[in-house]
Write a protein that binds this ligand. Structure first.
Ligand SMILES: Nc1ncnc2c1ncn2[C@@H]1O[C@H](COP(=O)(O)OP(=O)(O)OP(=O)(O)O)[C@@H](O)[C@H]1O
Ligand SMILES: [Mg+2]
Length: 296
């Protein structure tokens, strides 16, 4: 069996290295590929992928996508997605599935799918007109404005002042970007990150915002603590994973008066913080899952 870990980082991240090690431990050949170094060839009768212009890539049994990289244009995003689709169409198991990566990356579409699966999400509006954003913020009180395609919490702001919403909204509008407005809802200054692989919940941790901030991203200094898994929490995380058809995921869950709400369902979650906190290495479980699915 031969698998690849795909990402864009010039040096594989620790998650990518852990995955490759987990595969190798199971006697599976594992290689690391960068999107920008791959060539998609199409000619009459066939298509193939190569590393650089002339090292043809042997057909892979599976590939684990660790992120699409920071894509500056829609065209590059499409090219990377299409490359993964090409792999899928050539019989490679792509984890997570391409469609699911796209859904999870797009916060607007994620919210629609989660709601459709009858899961609780914060009140959300996606608008183009800044005056709509201001009116919504006045109605909802405290709101979060997030980039539609974000990363690690950067670019999200919390606002209770409509003029702040106006200024941020104006800026986004001037850059041709939609405005994603979400009601700020939570009981505690923390959220819960639940890690799911296949049909199994590996564990959960609380992420506490650093003093004076509202963000709970580990990459922004959140303090973590093991969280007790309850039946309800497990069920919410598994249903969220299923709603977006993710084979492995990190689910961000908030505790509110109404119950658990979903902030985000990540298709390429990082797990350093989770591993440090719980002692569980998701790479081992992902490798087992991928090998089992690729055998079928
Ligand atoms: N509507 C909200 N109300 C209260 N807290 C929120 C809300 N939205 C987000 N948060 C907090 O901010 C954190 C980060 O938000 P979110 O997970 O949506 O984006 P992100 O992690 O920055 O995005 P990405 O994973 O794309 O980098 C959440 O885990 C949650 O703790
Ligand atoms: Mg998040």
């Amino acid at each position: 069996m031969k698998v690849a870990v795909i990402h864009e980082a010039p040096v594989p991240t620790s998650a990518s290295r852990q995955l490759m090690m987990a595969f190798m431990k199971r006697a599976v050949k594992a290689l690391y590929l960068r999107f920008s170094g791959l060539v998609s060839y199409i000619s009459s009768g066939t298509d193939w992928i190569s590393v650089g212009s002339d090292t043809k890539l042997e057909d892979l049994d599976a590939t684990v996508v660790r992120g699409l990289g920071s894509v500056a244009t829609l065209e590059i995003l499409l090219r990377r997605i299409n490359l993964l689709k090409q792999l899928e169409s050539r019989g490679t198991l792509v984890v997570n599935p391409v469609e699911s990566i796209m859904k999870a990356r797009d916060k607007h579409l994620s919210m629609i799918e989660l709601r459709r699966a009858e899961l609780l999400v914060p009140e959300t509006a996606v608008v183009e007109d800044v005056f709509d954003a201001v009116e919504i913020a006045k109605k909802w009180g405290r709101v979060v404005i997030k980039p539609l395609i974000g990363s690690m919490g950067y670019g999200s702001i919390l606002a209770s002042d409509p003029d702040m919403v106006y200024n941020v909204g104006r800026l986004l509008q001037m850059h041709g970007l939609p405005i994603y407005v979400q009601k700020y809802v939570r009981k505690y200054e923390r959220d819960i990150r639940v890690f799911v692989v296949g049909d199994r919940v590996l564990g959960a941790m609380y992420r506490y915002c650093p003093e004076g901030t509202w963000k709970t991203n580990v990459s922004q200094g959140a303090r973590t603590e093991v969280a007790k898994l309850t039946k309800e929490l497990e069920e919410v995380a598994l249903r969220a994973a299923r709603a977006l058809n993710l084979l492995y995921t990190g689910v961000d869950i908030g505790e509110t008066e109404e119950g658990y709400v979903l902030y985000e369902v990540n298709a390429t979650p990082q797990w350093e913080g989770f591993m440090r906190t719980t002692g569980i290495n998701p790479a081992e479980h992902i490798a087992d899952l991928v090998i089992n699915l690729a055998k079928k």
